[in-house]
Design a protein around this ligand. Structure first.
Ligand code: T5A
Ligand code: NA
Length: 208
């Protein structure tokens, strides 16, 4: 049986990193082999360019940074696919949906934004963390990076809705991420536990 591919998406400070770590630990203790990915992966050469841009230490055209975010996923796509085929469940902190939502929120055409990510391994389930920009702002560290501005986050949230509307309830679920860490963890676990061991043999391709 291949592994499940679970993506956690959402606005900045919605608690994704906290919850994917929790999910990884729970899957491991339930005996499911699991590997965590995080995008942007700031450790690669491309990831270092992205990191510098996000911390406003370098400037790039909107198109150029968009393509770097996508390339950062493609450089790990083969690893993700082989892990899934070997039976390892992959949990991913952000993916192509962030790629499209953030760049389109800056004004790039949605279809242009989607094109470079077309053909990536498609998640079996995307768990979207919904939080109001006000609640996100109240959490630690908000405002330190380039995209952490309320107006932009509102637009990003609308664009996530557009992307979500293309998936059915089996593939995309929304979680109220404004609640306590324990409540959010409980709901995430409910969705993950229902999926692991029940995925179709073939890994689909995104947006093809
Ligand atoms: N981006 C990303 C693109 O433009 N294109 C792309 O293709 C991709 C992949 C960086 C930026 O890049 C953009 C989107 C982003 O603007 P990132 O590296 O994922 O993306 O950003 P991070 O800063 O690492 O993560 P986030 O800001 O999104 O935070 P998280 O992971 O959602 O939140 P987390 O878990 O770190 O928690 C934030 C704080 O809240 C607390 C935590 O303890 C922490 O202090 N917290 C809670 N507090 C109260 N109640 C809860 N339930 C809480 N859960 C967590
Ligand atoms: Na952030």
């Amino acid at each position: 049986m291949r592994g499940a591919f679970i993506v956690v998406e959402g606005l900045d400070r919605s608690g994704k990193t906290t919850q994917v770590a929790n999910l990884q630990a729970k899957l491991e203790s339930s005996g499911t082999p699991v590997k965590l990915f995080k995008f942007p992966d700031r450790t690669t050469a491309i990831g270092q360019m992205i990191d510098s841009y996000l911390r406003s230490q370098s400037e790039l055209d909107d198109q150029a940074i968009h393509l770097l975010f996508s390339a950062n996923r493609w450089e790990l796509a083969t690893s993700i696919e082989s892990l899934l085929e070997q039976g390892t469940t992959v949990v991913c902190d952000r993916y192509a949906f962030s790629g499209v939502a953030f760049s389109a929120a800056k004004g790039l055409p949605l279809e242009w934004c989607r094109a470079p990510d077309s053909g990536l391994p498609a998640p079996d389930l995307t768990i979207f963390f919904d939080i109001s920009p006000e609640a996100a702002r109240a959490r630690g560290g908000y405002g330190e990076e380039r995209y952490e501005k309320e107006q932009l986050q509102r637009r990003v949230r609308e664009l996530f809705d557009v992307l979500a509307s293309e998936f059915d309830d089996e593939r995309w679920v929304t979680v109220d991420a404004g609640r306590s860490k324990e409540e959010v963890a409980g709901e995430v676990w409910k969705y993950a536990a229902a999926l692991v061991g029940k995925v179709s043999p073939q890994v689909d391709k995104l947006w093809v």
